[in-house]
Design a protein around this ligand. Structure first.
Ligand code: ADP
Ligand code: MG
Length: 451
């Protein structure tokens, strides 16, 4: 199996949890990875019928999942497989060989994104020190602080830095073993290993590495078993002078619900923070991201946006994505007026007023005249799915909750459903005036009255 085909495996793994079993077995399971080329995932399906069905019903979900895993825009194309043809005639697309530089480095359960590197990281006063520390630890040949812990608020670049370290380390030492993992995945893997009696394998995965990057360690707080496992992983790696990099939403001194012996280990090395960027850095980030996605952002527009969205870089990116969609759909140049028009509610969404997920849900139930049970339940009728999607969208827009955190407010769903809903509404907002009005009204109402 080539490394890139793991992307399809990963996507399938995600979809398995979202799609009911019958649909999964009928449509997704028989679908085979063919290749990944120019950011398009090519998939082989057994028949024309499968192709058109998948096209209509699953294409978007597959693309979004792949996008989330790779942090790239991934297109999806289905091909009716012609297994009897000899290799050369099977079509222009081939699975890429593992040495292709475009290859996604398959690491642990996650993927190192080619976009989250030091090259694409904008340095300002807010992150200068953290950036320098990360640069230093990314050198495989020097011993540095161990562990390195980066902490800071949501959307300020912690994951970006961790990923950049992984990529740089691998670039310099291509044969080294680098593992990037989000704490939640570490825990899920641990639980699975217990259930399937595969502890030895699980331990090897995290202990036999040269560099371990553990993202969002706060997720382990209060999870005793997983903490204990990580404690031993940490000791093993540290004892062998293997590098450990952690990210967290708070410094060790403020960590609660964590074993003291683990907390104190976090203080053995270096602790650095990332702060909210200043205006100039925000403008630089906007220009850089716009350039990366191939469109020109007038400077006054960049400043206009940066003046309004102050804390969260992810929200800056969200605005850019909406602008890009708008630009692609309408072909209109991006001006300050068009930004004001399209993004009024979005921009307003960063005002300091704190709104809780529960308030959003209550407002939605009230507006659409449905019950909380219906909103958070499983029913898939449009009467409840639209309100559900809008409330997920608003949670992302108006709170600092991450996708997994939002998912917790919608019983039993996982973060991919939330991401899906968010993208869906974001896209529909660009062409549906009625929806724009509803969303603007709800945002205004929530911001003004909190309910
Ligand atoms: P965190 O993990 O701290 O919540 P992320 O690393 O996911 O935040 O950053 C959110 C988004 O903002 C990412 O898409 C990331 O690429 C971008 N970003 C954050 N900081 C910077 C920076 N200094 N330069 C460029 N992009 C950044
Ligand atoms: Mg992160």
């Amino acid at each position: 199996m080539s490394l890139t085909s793991n992307l399809w495996e990963e996507v399938l793994g995600e979809l398995r949890t979202q799609v009911d079993e019958e649909n999964f077995n009928t449509w997704l399971k028989p679908t085979q990875f063919r290749g990944l080329e120019n950011d398009t995932l090519h998939l082989d399906v057994p028949s024309d019928f499968n192709r058109s069905w998948l096209d209509r019903n699953f294409k978007e979900q597959i693309a979004l999942t792949a996008q989330r895993l790779t942090r790239r825009e991934i297109g999806v194309d289905f091909h009716v497989a012609a297994p009897s043809l000899p290799e050369e005639q099977a079509g222009p697309v081939r699975a890429q060989s593992p040495t292709n530089p475009e290859m996604l480095a398959e690491i642990g359960h996650s993927v190192l994104s080619p976009q989250l590197t030091f090259d694409t990281f904008v340095v300002g006063d807010c992150n200068r020190f953290a950036h320098a520390a990360c640069r230093a630890v990314a050198d495989p040949d020097t011993e540095t602080w161990n562990p390195l812990l980066i902490w800071g608020g949501v959307g300020l670049g912690k994951t970006h830095l961790l990923q950049a370290i992984g990529t740089e380390f691998l670039r310099r030492a291509p044969h080294s073993r680098v593992r990037y993992v989000i704490s939640e995945q570490f825990m899920n893997g641990f639980i699975q290993a217990i259930q399937q009696d595969k502890m030895a394998q699980f331990r090897a995965t995290y202990r036999e590495v040269d560099l371990l990057l553990l993202d969002d360690v706060q997720f382990l707080f209060g999870k005793e078993g997983t903490q204990n496992e990580f404690f031993h992983t940490f000791n093993e790696l540290h004892g062998h002078r293997k590098k450990i990099i952690l990210s967290s939403d708070r410094p060790p001194s403020e960590m609660a619900n964590i074993e003291e012996r683990l907390r104190s280990r976090f203080e053995w090395g270096l602790i650095v923070d990332v702060q909210a960027p200043d205006l100039e850095t925000r403008v630089a980030i906007l220009h850089q991201k716009a350039e990366m996605s191939g469109f020109a952002l007038p400077n006054d527009v960049a400043i206009y946006i940066a003046e309004r969205i102050k804390t969260n870089i992810r929200k800056l990116e969200g605005v850019l994505t909406s602008l890009r969609h708008h630009w692609r759909l309408t072909g209109q140049p991006i001006s300050r007026e068009s930004v004001q028009q399209i993004l009024g509610h979005f921009v307003a969404g960063d005002e300091p007023q704190r709104i809780a997920a529960e308030q959003i849900q209550a407002a939605i139930c009230d507006y659409f005249n449905i019950s909380m049970a219906e909103l958070t339940g499983r029913e898939r009728h449009k009467r409840v799915t639209l309100p559900r999607h809008i409330s997920m969208y608003l949670c992302r827009l108006l709170t600092d909750l991450s996708y997994p955190e939002i998912a917790l407010h919608f019983k039993g769903r996982n973060h991919t459903s939330v991401l899906h809903a968010y993208r869906k509404i974001e896209k529909e907002l660009l062409r549906d005036v009625n929806l724009q009005n509803i969303v603007s009204y709800l945002v205004k109402r929530l911001q003004e009255t909190g309910k």
